[in-house]
Design a protein around this ligand. Structure first.
Ligand code: ATP
Ligand code: MG
Length: 411
């Protein structure tokens, strides 16, 4: 009896020596969480691969959807849509013919056999020849071509079974979420920060989003957009939580107390100070922003310095050397661009000066910072914090939040 499976390949994980088991376990956990709701029976480790088995009810649409989710999961280098057969040449031949016949139009093909940790009696060369002969007999109008054929039928014997496939595509690569600790990502509903969050997630970080909304001075539209963005970015279960601070009234107060040209820097210093406080409770190891050098007034090196001094943690800026065009292309590929270009006022659009300072002097920054009671304000902001939890198996919730109620009513 043969069955339909997805064979998941990874490579970076394989390089991690004695940590390998841990990395594989995380990937299995993440895949199980990501595939929740799809008709999948098991996600299990086999020698050097992960196998996704389907429920009998799975349709070809379900299988394609599952394929796409697996492909988008950090740590997955490649996914193959395979027939899993017994170690019998007859079964393998039949599966190979079937896979080819269901692969659309083609003229040329070849067979590529491999073996790993198996007792299958045939060697790779023997399988190439035997399966190739069978296919030639049954497909008299098709030609074998060793270099750049239209189709390659892979026959892969692993442990007690043989996997036969034609459809095989690259995954997003990277490392399984959870293998690289936790980060607090300052997430607006703009184009850049979702891309920055995704990049950190792809490198194995559990991402905790922190959004400053303009509420109550603006509507809560940006909060909904950020949630839509997370849903787009994280069918693969990389977001632990989203925290929201209604920042509008605080901004209004700051704006009334500090010179116009330094407002943005003061808002941003508050954001960073708050993010560090949150990181302390969340046990996160770094902050992440979507800044790109020189893109807007607040992103000059002088201003980055003036804001960075508020952070006791490393501030990761995965987009710092990217052009806007490149970031937009990545956002388009991730499916977040459309959401990010929707018009939703967040705190960034509130109380903006006409000419923001681009080359802040630290002495002046420090003088202005002391014009308002930032410590009390940070405490007050903390009291207004709201959050929403996501399905992320490698996320550990902080103590403070377990003891208090989840503020889903507003989010
Ligand atoms: P983005 O496209 O990510 O909104 P941007 O081009 O609008 O970035 P800025 O407004 O200078 O640039 O913001 C720089 C970074 O600061 C953002 O990428 C994000 O990490 C953080 N940030 C900005 N606004 C917010 C917000 N309302 N809530 C949380 N983080 C924010
Ligand atoms: Mg923005």
């Amino acid at each position: 009896m043969s069955s339909r499976v997805l064979l998941v390949h990874y490579h970076e994980i394989g390089l991690k020596g004695h940590n390998r088991g841990d990395f594989e376990r995380r990937l299995v956990q993440n895949l199980r969480a990501a595939l929740n709701g799809l008709p999948v029976l098991h996600v299990d480790r086999i020698s050097g691969h992960i196998l996704v088995r389907f429920d009998e009810s799975a349709s070809s649409d379900d299988i394609q959807k599952t394929f796409e989710v697996v492909q988008a999961t950090p740590g997955v280098a490649r996914v193959s849509n395979a027939t899993c057969c017994q170690m019998s040449l007859e079964d393998v031949n039949r599966a190979a013919l079937d896979e080819l016949l269901h692969s659309g139009d083609f003229e040329t093909f070849k067979v590529a056999a491999r073996k790993s940790n198996t007792t299958f009696e045939y060697g790779s060369l023997g399988l190439n020849r035997l399966v190739g002969e069978y296919l030639c007999e049954n497909l008299p109008t098709k030609r074998v071509l060793m270099r750049d054929p239209d189709r390659t039928v892979v026959v892969y014997a692993i442990q007690g079974f043989v996997y036969v496939y034609v459809q095989s595509e690259l995954g997003v690569g990277g490392l399984p979420v959870g293998s690289a600790s936790k980060v607090i990502s300052l997430l607006s509903s703009g184009i850049d920060s979702p891309v920055a969050s995704w990049r950190m997630m792809r490198r194995g970080a559990v991402v905790v989003g922190l959004h400053f909304s303009g509420r109550p001075q603006t509507s809560d539209a940006s909060e909904w957009l950020v949630q839509d963005i997370i849903d787009k970015l994280s069918p693969t279960a990389g977001f632990g939580r989203l925290y929201v601070v209604p920042f509008g009234d605080f901004q209004r107060k700051i704006a009334s107390l500090v010179p116009d040209d330094l407002r943005i820097l003061m808002y941003r210093r508050m954001m960073f100070a708050f993010a560090c406080k949150l990181a302390y409770y969340e046990n996160a190891k770094a902050l992440v922003t979507g800044e790109s050098l020189g893109q807007v007034a607040s992103q000059t090196l002088e201003n980055i310095l003036a804001v960075d001094e508020m952070s006791t943690l490393p501030v990761l800026r995965p987009l710092i050397g990217n052009d806007k065009r490149e970031i937009m292309q990545e956002a388009r590929n991730l499916g977040t661009l459309e959401l990010s270009t929707e018009n939703a006022p967040d705190c960034c659009t509130l109380f903006m000066p006409r000419t923001p300072e681009t080359h802040a002097k630290l002495d002046e920054i420090h003088r202005v910072w002391n014009l308002f009671d930032h410590d009390t304000m940070l405490e007050e902001m903390w009291d207004t914090l709201e959050y929403r939890s996501y399905n992320c198996p490698n996320y550990k919730a902080p103590r403070f939040a377990r003891d208090t109620h989840e503020c889903l009513s507003k989010l």
